[in-house]
Design a protein around this ligand. Structure first.
Ligand code: AMP
Ligand code: GLY
Length: 419
């Protein structure tokens, strides 16, 4: 067997938990380190490293001292801030796009220009640097209308305004709150999908598809969040529609990356709405999704280490094989999330159950005395040979918990007809 190596994962959320766990399962991996990680990671054999994800110099030093073969970067802000450029400059191997390519997520305006240049279908849109101009032309997109902060906002910088008065209020608020640029878009309607693609300089592999649930409360009510639950595969997505997404969205995107001489070795996450006119991009992200990662990685037969290792080293990419399982996950969040999540509440115990796994995220304290650390705390994930069974495992588990200072959605996957 080939030599075992150490790898480092940067990040601390549920997504990084899922990535670190999957890498630790690989026979090629000796040890996964995760910085800064969370207290739940010790449950899956990952070694936590107390270095902030923004402290690139210390991360580089750690990677050198611990013989790390490569580093997998989870969160978008590090990528936008150039972690990949700094690791490469230090002679280290790293998985993720560089700062230039990360603008595809870091600036909505940049992403829309890319889509315009390379003929990737998206909503009608315009960018405004001036409040009056934005207010004067908001009507041209019809109502409801979508108003987006230009920069990173953790999934929370998007407002769908029902009417002109709401739109004007939002525009004023965003400019007053210091936004220098706003994007205004026509509101697309149709089901929303996430496509995750591993890219290695123009070569790519599509990972299993998943559907997220962005609104905080049941029936898609409440504010947008980072995501409250997800499932994979998508029984409602035909292979013909998936092929349209590949042909009409993914291929022009990859061609654009090649034509624009992007050196992209990382994940591209394409957020899509399937409209009556076909699939259209609502956003690019330059990383895996959270909570989608937690339900797609357990469905991958392919060794994640082998896939990423091939991508980083420009070797031919292995095929991505999916297993027959269905995977379903619900996020347990702190009361008040996303607007004003409470912090520090004592959490109960999460008993072991052969039917579910727990991917920890914003938790502190110790594994036997867990405290909430704000926002999305953990995800309960079920896996079985049908989505219905996987879903039943998760809700059976959640119902027996006593977490008065937390909440979760009860209707994840309802859109796919499951109850
Ligand atoms: P984003 O941060 O761009 O992903 O937007 C957050 C959420 O807003 C998306 O997941 C969609 O549900 C919604 N959204 C964004 N853009 C549009 C659009 N043009 N039309 C309809 N909904 C949108
Ligand atoms: N689940 C949405 C995101 O990761 O942006």
């Amino acid at each position: 067997m080939e030599k075992q190596v150490n790898v480092l994962v940067v990040g601390e959320g549920g997504r990084e938990f899922a990535v670190a766990k999957k890498l630790q399962e690989s026979p090629r991996v000796k040890q996964v380190y995760c910085a800064p990680s969370n207290v739940g990671m010790s449950t899956v054999g990952v070694v936590p490293v107390a270095i902030a994800e923004t402290d690139f110099a210390k991360l580089i030093q750690f990677a050198k001292e611990h013989n790390v073969a490569w580093t997998f970067v989870g969160p978008e802000d590090c990528l936008v801030d150039g972690i990949v450029d700094e690791f490469k400059a230090a002679g280290l191997k790293v998985f993720g796009p560089d700062a230039r390519a990360a603008q595809l997520e870091g600036s909505k305006d940049y992403a829309l220009n890319f889509m315009n240049n390379y003929h990737v279908p998206t909503a009608r849109h315009a960018t405004y640097r001036d409040q009056t101009a934005a207010i004067n032309s908001v009507g041209q997109f019809g109502f409801p209308v979508v108003i987006k902060e230009n920069g990173l906002a953790g999934g929370k910088g998007v407002v769908i305004a029902k009417d002109r008065a709401g739109a004007i209020r939002t525009i004023k608020e965003m400019f007053v709150n210091g936004q220098a640029r706003l994007v205004i878009e026509e509101c697309l309607s149709g089901p929303e999908y996430s496509m995750f693609v591993l890219i290695s300089n123009g070569h790519y592999r599509i990972l299993p598809m998943a559907q997220d649930h962005k609104r905080a409360f049941d029936d898609d009510k409440g504010p947008n969040t980072g995501g409250m639950g997800a499932y994979s595969p998508l029984p409602q997505l035909s292979s013909a529609v998936r092929q349209r997404m590949v042909d009409e969205v993914l291929k022009p995107t990859i061609d654009g990356l090649v034509a624009g001489e992007y050196h992209y070795h990382g994940i591209l996450y394409i957020g899509l709405i399937l409209t009556d006119d076909g699939p259209k991009v609502i956003e690019y992200n330059v990383r895996l999704g959270d909570p989608e990662t937690q339900v797609i990685l357990p469905r991958m037969k392919t060794d994640l280490f082998e896939l990423v290792d091939a991508a980083i080293n420009d070797r031919p990419l292995p095929e991505v094989e999916e297993n027959e399982d269905a995977c379903f996950g619900v996020v347990l969040a702190s009361k008040g999330y996303p607007t004003k999540p409470i912090h520090g509440q004592k959490l109960g115990t999460f008993p072991l159950d052969p039917n579910v796994t727990i991917d920890y995220a914003n938790v502190a304290g110790t594994i036997n005395d867990l405290r909430g650390a704000g926002g999305r705390l953990l995800m309960v994930i079920g896996k079985d040979d049908s989505l219905q069974k996987a879903r039943d495992h998760v809700y059976d588990y959640l119902r027996q918990l006593d977490e008065p200072e937390c909440f979760y959605r009860h209707d994840i996957c309802a859109k796919a007809g499951l109850q």
